[in-house]
Design a protein around this ligand. Sequence first.
Ligand code: G4P
Length: 532
Amino acid sequence: MAKIEIEATRRRVFAIISHPDAGKTTLTENMLLAAGAIHQAGQVAARGEARRTRSDWMKIEQERGISVSSSVMTFEHMELIFNLLDTPGHEDFSEDTYRTLTAADSAVMVLDAAKGIEPQTLKLFEVCRLRDIPIITFINKFDREARDPFDTLAEIEDKLALDVVPMQWPAGSGRRFKGVTDLASSDFLRFERPEELKDLSFIANKTPLAGDEINSFFDDDDFLEEYREEVELAVEYGEFNAQSYYEGHMTPVYFGSALRRFGVLELINALAQFAPGPQAEKVKKAGQDLEITPASKEVAGFVFKVQANMDLNHRDRVAFLRLCSGEFKRGMKLKTAENKTVSVHNPILFFAQDRELADNAYAGDVIGIPNHGALRVGDSLSESGKVRFAGIPNFAPEILRRARPIDPLKAKHLRKALESLAEEGVTQLFRPAIGSDMIVGAVGALQIDVMAERIKTEYNLEVLFEVPPYSTARWLSCDDPVMLDAFLSKNRNNSGEDLDGAPVFLAKSTWDVGYAQEKNPDIRFLTTKERK
Ligand code: G4P
């Protein structure tokens, strides 16, 4: 195997999805601890404080209390390199989550053992399903009273239409939690409640489930007998099928307690063993449909996230590039599909506590590219500038607001701020055909709040958000440009363009969209737009 192929095969890019409070942060932190990427608890949640400053970027993160580190966290385990991509927990950011998931090759779904599938789990899962991303399930908090695990599995099958295969089976929960049996080996992994949380041992002691040795650990014969019967039933779920997992139809299920560090190592091992590494990607190259593989020679990747205003004085941004092929070398010139050239002199690799300049990077790596606004979410980057990835879609906004500066002389400033935030993907931006106000679009209300807050703190602008006469937007497309132009001029009051200049229909209601569609059957009113 060529070096680039070997390197790509070592990478695992994944994201964690969960309902708030299910334990994503705790699990993340304990994965980093288990892999030795951090050495002290409290470092993921307590942003900044106790960390050493290793680079300018980290200093800025500390000063501003924001964390780029949580966008990508890299750790190594069993000769593999794991890149954990952070996804926002709130449903209002599902668009953001979708973008992040386009850069992940698999996901871990964390459920609270007492709560099962919660609304946000469902919503995030639906986002995963759009790409049929392979999912490993971790049922967390077994050190607390849990629901019957058979019920939780039934709920996953039912609500997510996903086949489940338990890879382990838990014995009791809460005070009675004894551990889990590894169903493949029939080894029982004992849960020994750590004396204190500072104890950083991740390795569980093993005892065979069969035989007498386990008796002393259970101290209640009926409980053990019942448990053995449960294990027999759990085996009936059948065997793990890698293909079905890859295709997003089946999820292997693990159990544990992130807080008590139980099951965390097994979960990382599962990712190492089953989660797919970088795969071939469908792209257009010079207009032709083709696939690039991680071993393809040309360096290519796409920007899935932009973090702006790292340094308020310089308006810098970091674009997160997910590499999909080739061997990237520091100093390389890459081009966007629009033929913009970016010289990548200071590519950043993100370790849990450190930033490093990347001298080389391969498919499955995520590098941060500092820039001054040249790069946007969804940009494809390659050596030839001819590679175009399928693109990261925008979703039709469910909330529209007209943005006006309180000081009319600041209109230009506001426009710049809105454009910049839209390029970062915080919100969408539309320019109505009539009038000079900008219309901001969001999938959830929180997006608007975050944007308002950032305009205030980062751009020092007071802005008014008013309810405009329209409530939703659709991208327009038509095979006949003349027909589209005619529609646009007839509907000037209800049309405009987005940040890329693509035509949009701004409608009072979805009923209006339906009506316009009926009257104009040759025009497509689209709820998602992929950047061309
Ligand atoms: P999130 O990122 O998914 O929102 O969840 P987070 O890890 O912040 O966990 C939410 C709460 O659940 C935290 O408690 C955390 O300590 C607790 N937790 C996470 N995993 C486990 C587990 O395996 N067992 C138990 N018993 N608790 C767990 P908190 O009281 O809200 O915060 P904190 O004061 O403990 O930080």
